[in-house]
Ligand binder design. Structure first.
Ligand SMILES: Cc1cc2nc3c(=O)[nH]c(=O)nc-3n(C[C@H](O)[C@H](O)[C@H](O)COP(=O)(O)OP(=O)(O)OC[C@H]3O[C@@H](n4cnc5c(N)ncnc54)[C@H](O)[C@@H]3O)c2cc1C
Length: 412
């Protein structure tokens, strides 16, 4: 994004395909979870601000389906984690006990999720959050795109929207704009690079971000089946995955849960002295025949067997990999580049940032205007070191090179 305060002109250099959201954005999706994240002060503040905007802001509220969310588990470790999460919510001291309820018995779980059977939820414990639910992701981004176009924001598409490199003043370090791959040049007081999983391939982030793919698949319900699942809460189990109520066409999205897939290659981002090993996303938009690894078919099926046993025979479709970029500590990377004045990074989503769509821009503007709070600036600072391949997940990502089954390029 090129942002010129003098003329208040904002140019969004977007993507490869003319659509909002971009077909390769992680947000180009039916739905994403809305939940409260308590890991640290900035995370909690961001979650509460975004919840308020999803609930009340005219632009965003049509896309928030506040059906609630149940975190559940039946394993000893999973239940202990859930209990810890519940205690942290209570300890936050901001009244979260009003919206978060511990589900101790099978009856309590069945009361919230009548489609489950008693047999199915044997040994489960749960944590129900009435502030949770899901966000109609692609529709929300599209609405913002339309709003911004109405406000006069200019979008560049195709080569005219694909970042190639920053442009610098004669001092070689003050950024004065950017060049796109078609050779267009946009001049600006400040440039914000917010390219999600592509960010570490575009400029050298010194291994602070490792981009990884997560996967999902869809199943089609009949209208009668879909009716029974209307308005059910989002169900999440960290050892299996999660699913959402069907959309208006009876489509349910199912995700498994795992530490992501990297795609390491020799690659030279701008600013690196020579090619280095970088995890480079490969988008479904540019490679529409890509699906996901064979191993994902097994884990997605396992999630369906766990949550939707009646639908185990259903055909899966839209098998998709979707790319995010992890930092080592799972905090965002939102800061000025340490060597390039006026070049701002807004990335490091760490796979949990869709919910921040309404409010993260406000804090990026605070950074541009030098009014960002100290705790956010500290959490989001430039911070090489640490293990972004593993991040805070249970294990390091496996590499797609070792995961057969996802690539279906036509043989030449
Ligand atoms: C399967 C899956 C499930 C998820 N579930 C949730 C969830 O339940 N809740 C939640 O909050 N989050 C969830 N996330 C994470 C969330 O989607 C991301 O954190 C968030 O969308 C990242 O936003 P972003 O703007 O940083 O990146 P993106 O939305 O990916 O946007 C990056 C943009 O940069 C553009 N771009 C790429 N290269 C260039 C270039 N050279 N020049 C210009 N533009 C470029 C892309 O086209 C794209 O539009 C999930 C992610 C996945 C993959």
């Amino acid at each position: 994004m090129a942002h010129s305060r003098a003329s208040t002109k904002v140019v969004v250099a977007g993507e490869v395909v003319r659509s909002i959201p971009s077909l390769q954005s992680a947000g180009h999706d039916l739905n994403k979870i809305m939940g409260i994240r308590l890991r640290n002060g900035p995370d909690l503040q961001l979650s509460l601000e975004s919840l308020d905007m999803w609930q009340h802001d005219e632009l965003f509220k049509p896309f928030f389906h506040q059906v609630g969310m149940i975190d559940c588990s039946s394993s000893k470790e999973g239940i202990e984690n859930l209990r810890r999460k519940y205690q942290t919510l209570l300890d936050a001291g901001i009244g979260l006990e009003k919206t978060n309820v511990w589900l101790e018995t099978e009856d309590e779980i069945l009361a919230k999720m009548p489609n489950f059977t008693r047999e199915q939820v044997k040994g489960w414990k749960g944590l129900f959050c009435s502030d949770g639910g899901w966000l109609a992701a692609a529709k929300a981004i599209n609405a913002i795109g339309n709003f911004l176009q109405d406000q006069g924001v200019k979008f560049g598409f195709g080569g005219a929207g694909t970042f190639k490199q920053p442009l610098f003043a004669a001092d070689g370090t003050t950024c004065i704009g950017l060049e796109t791959t078609d050779g267009s040049r946009y001049f600006a007081d400040k440039v914000v690079l917010a390219a999600g999983a592509w960010s570490p391939t575009l400029v050298d982030l010194e291994n602070q971000c490792v981009s990884k793919a997560w996967v999902f698949a869809h199943i089609q319900l009949t209208p009668q089946e879909a009716d029974k699942y209307k308005n059910v809460p989002v169900i999440y189990d960290g050892e299996y995955g999660f699913f959402f109520e069907p959309n208006e066409h009876g489509v349910i999205k199912v995700c498994d849960e795992f530490p992501g897939f990297s795609r390491f290659k020799q690659h030279q981002p701008y600013g690196a002295k020579s090619p280095k090993i970088v995890s480079v996303p490969r988008s479904h938009a540019k490679h529409p025949t890509d699906t996901y690894p064979d191993a994902s078919e097994i884990t997605i099926r396992k999630a369906i067997a766990r949550f939707l046993p009646n639908f185990q025979e259903k055909e899966l479709f839209n098998r998709t990999m979707c790319w995010c970029t992890d930092t080592a500590d799972a905090n965002l990377l939102i800061c000025e580049h340490p060597k390039w004045k006026n070049f701002i990074l807004a990335t490091g989503d760490s796979g949990h940032s869709f919910k921040l769509l309404p409010n993260i821009g406000k804090h990026v503007v605070e950074l541009l205007e030098e009014s960002l709070s100290q705790d956010m600036a500290d959490a989001w600072r430039w911070r090489p070191g640490g293990d972004a391949l593993r991040s805070r997940r249970g294990a390091p990502a496996k590499d797609l090179a070792d995961m057969p089954g996802w690539k279906h390029d036509a043989k030449l």
